[in-house]
Every structure is written in structure tokens, then in C-alpha cells.
Ligand binder design. Structure first.
Ligand code: WT7
Length: 655
């Protein structure tokens, strides 16, 4: 992979500027090392003190960490608090008129919301949810466009102890259906349509379709935010407009005090089987991770304008849109649209217009914007920026350098943040006033995060060698379990081979002579396409569900912009198609996967064979398929193959 070759030979180092270091919350390498040392010498004392300092507790905790039922860890478990209280109420005394949200719609319309306004909106909607029958512990599916209302909906759930599960608006009705059932949701919150790049995206109709697929008797109500006013089908018994649901509801609402360990949300993510995993996060531990990373990694300051471009449908949009910036009492930008509409200068214009200081986006967005106009940032005033971040996938040094020089104008540190849906907040990332950065490396773990690289038995590896990435001690923001599937939680993340207590991240990595981490990629059957996580098995199951398909194998292939692209090898029930017929089936199957999972999962390439390369015991040889997809010469021994002739067929692409 191009990225890996270039990062292996990367030697540039960028120390924080004197000016940045001076003002930073954690200033200088010694300060960073002191924090790490503190965590190592008294692990519980370290986390306990931070939780006391940064979270407003309704009932203080007296115990920090319970490991008796490892790997089902509990943190601060006799404390009571409320996440929404921590994001809103506690700022009202001195920040009620401060702007909390700057929302920019697809068409450029800007709406600003102060902390006082946001508090009232959240309270009013929380009361509306209660009136619809939502109580503590009930699950609420949120299938919304990027909007003020999406944040209000999440915060309102948190306020009343409801457990939200946000489903990305780009997922299909079928995916939504699966998540509604798995979560046993009582209520679904959606919008009539979203607006992206000047085009309406139907959301309510996907909810109708999902519920129409059956088995969703758990759903009592659907609350619909009117975004576009487009036509929607209406079920008078079940559907309720957002603007009507809040009529007559008080704009104050006493938070429901929850236990530190009560779930705040479930977020589904892909794994190595066909079934997505419902990652369950806690309230206090999750919030602490969000706050500490805002402070340490984003060096958050009172006058910052923070902008994380992630959709609330992903973990990044939870931690760094819906919760982290608000817990800090900060001002943040929320953007409805896409980076390329009306043109590829949109991000840069937003930064200029809202005087963004901290900008956090994905390498794939950076790479596509370089391609669409590497000089475009120069046409905008980006002087407000002081810190840049990346997340979701490895960043190639070339893109890093462009980001640093052209966007950050050589004076903004870049925080390359490694973490996952499961870890809840940044795990390995530079503290920008302390840790020198290297293009392509996420650098060093946050204080208190005991990350390491081990061999397959959990044993040590030599410095400089690659291995599997683990986190050796429990940490507050980690997932607590997989919703409804504790066994899968244990087996996936704390496998017995590693002793049952080490968190297995699922990535491979290596460390250089300075101890810096360089992420190499996933070790499981998970692809990272444009920073989105997709399971190869999920796509395969979608393909074989099509009546034309007998068998399918999906692999990733390096892609300049998306990081990875999806290549599917398909055996049809009928004859192997060629020419126009093949093109026709490719179009049909892509459409099909879009409907089964969502447009992000559509294979970029589909190839047909009379069979797939298998060992004599019938195992598909994915290693070979990956080589074929890349166009590599197959040099390895293929004599164990049942059917070597098949390889020639699979080299043929459908053009
Ligand atoms: C996987 C997690 C974390 C929020 C977005 C993705 C990859 C994530 C980096 C990074 C290299 C990264 C890993 C990880 N990843 N950040 N800075 N450098 N790889 O969350 O969907 O749970 O995916 O994304 O492979 O395991 P996710």
C-alpha cells in the first residue's frame, strides 16, 4: 500500500512552535511525561482525581475502578450524574449568552444558538420525549441529518436517561430496520428529508420502509423534524411532528440523575461477521474521555471556535460534536452539507466566515480537496486556525504536509488521532504543545492510556517490529459491552489468547525508535473506506442475498483518495456474464448493496468467476484475491488450490 511504503521511510519531525507551546494546557514534553508518570504510579488516583475535577456529580463516587468482573469493568460506579447537565446547565451561570452552536445549512444559511437557548431547546424536547412515553433506559433511534435538532435530540435523551442509538443517514432502510430491532427501540426520531449538496435525501420514507419490513412492534412513535417540507407519508397513529410534539412543553426539565455506568448510547459498527455490533458506552467514563481529549489533544480554550466535520452518525460526531465541545462550554460549528458544494472551497470558506480555530476532519476529505483544488485554501483567510486534526484512517505524509503548509500555513500543529468507536475518545494522539509530530504517525498515547504492541500471544515484540495494537489497562471511556451480546464483547475485544484482560483494538501497528506509533491497518476482515468502517462479511452477505448470486468474496484495495476501495468477486447462479451483460449485472448488484446496507458500501469494482479460489478444504483464499484486486503478479505457490484456472478469469475487470 502506497501509504505504508511512504510512512515507513518518513523521517520529518515537527516540534511545537514556541508560541503554541507557551499557551498550551499541557506545555512541553516534561509536562506530558509527568502526567503519564502520575497515571502509572497511581492509576486509580489519577483517573479519580480527573473525574472529580472535570465532571459535575450529583452524588460523588467513592470508588474509581471495579475490575472484579473483568473485562466487564466499572468506573466511578457509585456516583450519579447526568451528561446533559454537564454539557448545558453547568455553563448557564457564566456562559448563558455564549454561542454554543453555529449551524451552517447546506444553502449557507447560518443559525446561532446560545447556551441558554440550547438548554431550553433540549429541556423542551426532553419533556416532549417524556410525553411520548420515553423513560430512563428506553432506546431511541435517531436517524437525522446534521442539524441543531440532531444534537438537541441526543442531549434530550441523555437528559432523561434514554439511550440513543444514532444511525447514519446514509444507511439504508434495511440497515435501519436491523438496528431498530436489535436495540428494541421505543421511539424513532427522524426528519422529512436531509439536504446535502443541493439534493434532498429521503429519511422519513426510509423509516417507513424499515418499520414496514416487520418485526418493529417495539416502536411506538416516530417524531419527525420538518427540514425541507418535502412530501412524506403519514401514519396519524404513530407519527408526530417535532414542532407539534414540543407545543405546550415546559422549557425547563430536571435532569434524571443516572448512575455513572448507566448507558449513554449504543452505536452500531461493523465487525468481522455479517452482523453489526452495538457498541455500548457508559455515561461518566465516556464523558470524561471526551472532556480530557478536548483539553489535552485539542488544547481547548474558552475563545476557540471548534469544528469537527464528522456526521453525528459516527462516533466522532458523538464525542466531538454532540458532547465534547459542549461539555467544555465551547463554541462549535455544525455543518449540514458536503465539502464540495457549491464548490470545493466550502470548508475553507466556512473556516474563514466563522473564524474557526480548531479544525478536525478525515484524511479522505483532505485528499479529495487536494485533488479538487490544491491552491483553493489560499483564496480564503484561514488565519484564525491554530490547530488541525485528522481521524479515521492513516494519513499519508504527502497529505499531511499539504494540510500543514497550505491549510495550517506552517504554524498549526496537526493532531493525528487514533481511536475507535469502541474507545469512545482519542487514545493515541499528540498533545500539541508537548509532543513533536511526524507526518503519518499518531505519535504517543494520551496520559493514562497504556497502549502497546504485542505478538499474537500477547508477548512483547522488539522495538521497530510490527505487531498487534492493544491497550493493557482498562480506561474510563472504553465500551462496556456489546448490546445484548456480552459473549461477543468478551471474545472480540478480550480474547483468551491475550490473557482475557488486554483490549484488542483490531489494528496492526509498529513503533519507531522514539516509541511513536504508526498504524498499519486492520488485522480483521474490516475495511476502511473513506474513514468509514465496513465489514467484508456484511457486504458478502448482502451480495449473496441477491437472487442472482451464488457466492461472493469481498476484499479491499488501496485507493488514492478513499484509502481503500471495495472489490467484490462474485459467482453467479447462472453463467458467468461478459460484455454488456456483465455491466448490467454490476449495476444491479451495486444498486442492491446500496439498498441492503447503504451507498457507502457499494463495491467500487465487481468481477465475475465460475468459482472462487479455494483450498482443498473449501476455504476461500482471500490473500490471493487481494493480490488479484491490486493487479499484483501472483508469485506464491497456488498448488494447494482446488481450481487454479479460476485466477485468470478473476483478473478480468468489467469495463
Ligand atoms: C478504525 C476505527 C475513531 C473515529 C473514526 C473511526 C482506523 C482511526 C486512525 C488514525 C490510522 C485510524 C483504525 C481503527 N483509524 N483513526 N488516526 N490513524 N487509523 O472509527 O469506525 O470505529 O474505526 O479506524 O483502523 O481501528 P471507527
Amino acid at each position: 500500500m502506497a501509504t505504508i511504503d511512504t510512512i515507513l521511510s518518513e523521517t520529518r519531525v515537527f516540534a511545537p512552535s514556541e508560541a503554541f507551546r507557551k499557551q498550551a494546557t499541557v506545555s512541553g514534553m516534561d509536562a506530558y511525561k509527568a502526567l503519564c508518570a502520575k497515571a502509572e504510579s497511581d492509576y486509580e488516583g489519577f483517573w479519580g482525581a480527573l473525574a472529580k475535577e472535570h465532571i459535575s456529580w450529583h452524588k460523588p463516587f467513592s470508588n474509581v475502578l471495579d475490575e472484579t468482573k473483568a473485562p466487564f469493568y466499572r468506573w466511578f460506579y457509585d456516583g450519579e450524574m447526568n451528561v446533559s447537565y454537564n454539557c448545558l446547565d453547568r455553563h448557564l451561570a457564566d456562559k448563558s449568552n455564549k454561542t454554543a452552536l453555529i449551524f451552517e445549512a447546506d444553502d449557507g444559511k447560518v443559525t446561532k444558538v446560545t447556551y441558554q437557548d440550547l438548554y431550553h431547546r433540549v429541556c423542551q424536547f426532553a419533556n416532549a420525549l417524556k410525553a411520548q412515553g420515553v423513560a430512563k433506559g428506553d432506546r431511541v433511534i435517531i436517524y437525522m441529518p446534521m442539524s441543531i435538532e440532531a444534537v438537541v435530540a441526543m442531549q434530550a435523551c441523555a437528559r432523561i436517561g434514554g439511550i440513543h442509538s444514532v444511525v447514519f443517514g446514509g444507511f439504508s432502510a434495511k440497515s435501519l430496520h436491523e438496528r431498530i430491532i436489535d436495540a428494541g427501540a421505543k421511539l424513532v426520531i427522524t426528519a422529512d428529508e436531509g439536504m446535502r449538496g443541493g439534493k434532498a435525501v429521503a429519511l422519513k420514507s426510509a423509516v417507513d420502509d424499515a418499520i414496514g419490513m416487520g418485526g418493529c412492534d417495539c416502536v411506538e412513535k416516530v417524531v419527525v423534524y420538518k427540514r425541507t417540507g418535502g412530501n412524506v407519508h403519514w401514519d396519524a397513529q404513530r407519527d408526530q411532528w417535532w414542532h407539534e410534539a414540543i407545543i405546550g412543553q415546559a422549557d425547563t426539565c430536571e435532569p434524571v440523575w443516572v448512575n455513572a455506568e448507566d448507558p449513554l448510547f449504543i452505536l452500531y459498527t461493523s465487525g468481522s461477521t455479517g452482523k453489526p455490533k452495538g457498541v455500548q458506552h457508559s455515561s461518566a467514563g465516556f464523558l470524561l474521555g471526551a472532556i480530557l481529549s478536548m483539553k489535552w489533544v485539542f488544547d481547548h480554550k474558552a475563545d476557540d471556535v471548534y469544528w469537527c466535520t464528522a456526521d453525528v452518525g459516527w462516533i466522532t460526531g458523538h464525542t466531538y460534536v454532540a458532547y465534547g465541545p459542549l461539555a467544555m462550554g465551547g463554541t462549535e460549528v455544525i455543518f449540514e452539507g458536503v465539502p464540495t458544494y457549491p464548490d470545493a472551497g466550502r470548508f475553507w470558506k466556512l473556516i474563514q466566515d466563522h473564524k474557526v480555530t480548531t479544525f478536525y476532519t478525515a484524511p479522505t476529505a483532505i485528499r479529495s480537496l487536494i485533488k479538487l483544488g490544491s491552491d483553493l485554501p489560499k483564496q480564503y483567510d484561514l488565519s484564525s486556525l491554530r490547530l488541525l486534526g485528522t481521524v479515521g484512517e492513516p494519513i499519508n505524509p504527502e497529505a499531511w504536509m499539504w494540510y500543514y503548509e497550505t491549510v495550517g500555513q506552517g504554524h498549526c500543529p496537526i493532531v493525528d488521532t487514533w481511536w475507535q468507536t469502541e474507545t469512545g475518545s482519542n487514545m493515541i494522539a499528540p498533545l500539541p504543545g508537548a509532543v513533536p509530530t511526524k507526518p503519518g504517525s499518531c505519535t504517543l498515547p494520551l496520559p493514562g492510556i497504556i497502549a502497546d504492541i504485542v505478538d499474537e500471544q500477547g508477548g512483547p515484540i522488539e522495538k521497530g517490529q510490527g505487531g498487534i495494537l492493544v491497550i493493557k489497562r482498562p480506561f474510563p471511556s472504553q465500551l462496556r459491552t456489546l448490546w445484548g451480546d456480552p459473549e461477543r464483547y468478551k471474545n472480540t475485544y478480550f480474547p483468551a489468547e491475550l490473557g482475557g484482560k488486554m483490549y484488542l483494538a483490531g489494528d496492526s501497528a509498529h513503533r519507531d525508535k522514539d516509541g511513536y506509533f504508526w498504524i498499519m491497518g486492520r488485522i480483521d476482515d474490516v475495511l476502511n473506506v473513506s474513514g468509514h468502517r465496513l465489514g467484508t462479511m456484511e457486504i458478502e452477505s448482502a451480495l449473496v442475498a441477491n437472487p442472482l448470486v451464488a457466492e461472493a468474496a469481498v476484499v479491499g484495495k488501496p485507493h488514492d483518495i478513499k484509502g481503500e476501495s471495495v472489490v467484490a468477486f462474485v459467482v453467479l447462479k447462472g453463467q458467468r456474464p461478459t460484455g454488456d451483460a456483465a455491466r448490467e449485472v454490476v449495476a444491479q448488484l451495486r444498486e442492491w448493496v446500496g439498498k441492503e446496507i447503504g451507498p457507502i458500501a457499494k463495491p467500487d469494482e465487481i468481477r465475475f468467476g465460475d468459482n472462487l479460489p479455494k483450498t482443498r478444504s473449501g476455504k476461500i483464499m482471500r490473500r490471493l484475491l487481494r493480490s488479484i484486486a491490486k493487479g499484483e503478479e501472483i508469485t506464491s505457490d497456488t498448488s494447494t488450490l482446488e481450481n487454479p484456472a479460476i485466477l485468470e478469469q478473476l483478473k478480468e475487470t468489467v469495463k
